[in-house]
Design a protein around this ligand. Sequence first.
Ligand SMILES: *Cc1c(COP(=O)(O)O)cnc(C)c1O
Length: 445
Amino acid sequence: MMGLARDGGLLLPERIPQVSDRLREWRLLSYPELAWEIMRLYTDLPDGDLRTLVEKSYNVFDSPEVTPIVTLNGLHILELFHGPTLAFKDIALQFLGNLYEYLLRRSGGRLNILGATSGDTGSAAIYGVRGRKFMRIFVMHPHNRISKLQELQMTSVLDTNVFNLAIEGTFDDCQGILKALLNDLEFRDRFALGTVNSINWARVLAQIVYYFYGAFRVMEQTGAERVVFAVPTGNFGNIFAGYLAARMGLPVQRLVLATNENDILARFFNSGIYRRGSVQATISPSMDIQVASNFERYLFYRVGENPVQLRALMEEFARTGQLVVPPDGHGAVDTYFVAGVGDTQATLTTIRDTYYQHGYLLDPHTAVGVHVARQWQIESAPTICLATAHPAKFSEAIIQAVGKNIAGHPTLEALQGKPTRMDVLPASPAAVREYLDEKIRDDNE
Ligand SMILES: *Cc1c(COP(=O)(O)O)cnc(C)c1O
């Protein structure tokens, strides 16, 4: 629940459990059973309690498989968008909401979650927290600068523990306010402020599960003994979970890392140089990120779990905007990874071709992954492409790609005309501080 460690570093498990000798018996487990087996290796929660948390988290998904595999002529798509907000972040945030509620009940504590969103991730956090006891969530978004659909997904949630703050400014203003309030330690402690952002370890943990689940399904289906995963990447959270799955002993031949034009990670895995650039807006906005917050976790393993060397690299990066990792013994930056870029044109072409060849619509994030996966296809192992959002969330890109709006989803259609609630605030930390003060005080009385 602390998110960031006190010294500014990120939290990791003491060791990575080895599960090679469990794979055979795990192969046919249901998603919740598998989630329980994997998560219990990383926590000391009582087994029965963890089982309940897992079952509660995944029975809200609209597929009994939670993350079903769709196979189109040899192309395997692992659909991660069957949760309430139709994006892969639900898989972690539904679990996190249940886990926090459970831990707060045990400790008698309270938590006020504060977040900033450029549109897409706020709703998954809101749906993870809505209606839960002992916690509230306050999500800031830039007023009139997110799509109507994104706004509606968040502001139509009327639970009394959910607060939408439309900030009269940009996303950067929202982030600035978030930082200012979290850095005010007195305020932070007094109001038990926390976050659920992508550096949260429990989120990474929940994401490990679908790598096992997807690999087992495709191995059953094809008889293959190893698989490749292609992952569209922004903050390196999703693909880092895949890296851990591989390190645990899942037979992963390779991880294909795919970025859009914001390609700091693709450049790193091709050159060993991690250099900050400026953020470009694309049609896969959830990957419009330059500095990947989970990359530091990976780097720890890459430098042989040497914290002194890691600290030196991170300090070099903070000072110069660049860090360099020398190639390993095989001349690669890392033999687990290959990487590439899918730009806007490639994304649109991939959506269009996949639709006309297979009758299947990819969302623009998933299309980035499918495009890069094609460049790295190998004979010996089937590739599983991670589908991170339902296409109906990104209908403008779909129209651009195939010329008509054919992406719909009943969950999104049901939002139209629903009552909404949000408060508009000026872009100042003082205004938001006052707002929180008032809401939290009101409730405590
Ligand atoms: C967050 C997100 C991503 C990127 O995931 P990371 O864990 O940040 O790499 C990709 N696609 C969608 C739809 C997302 O919401």
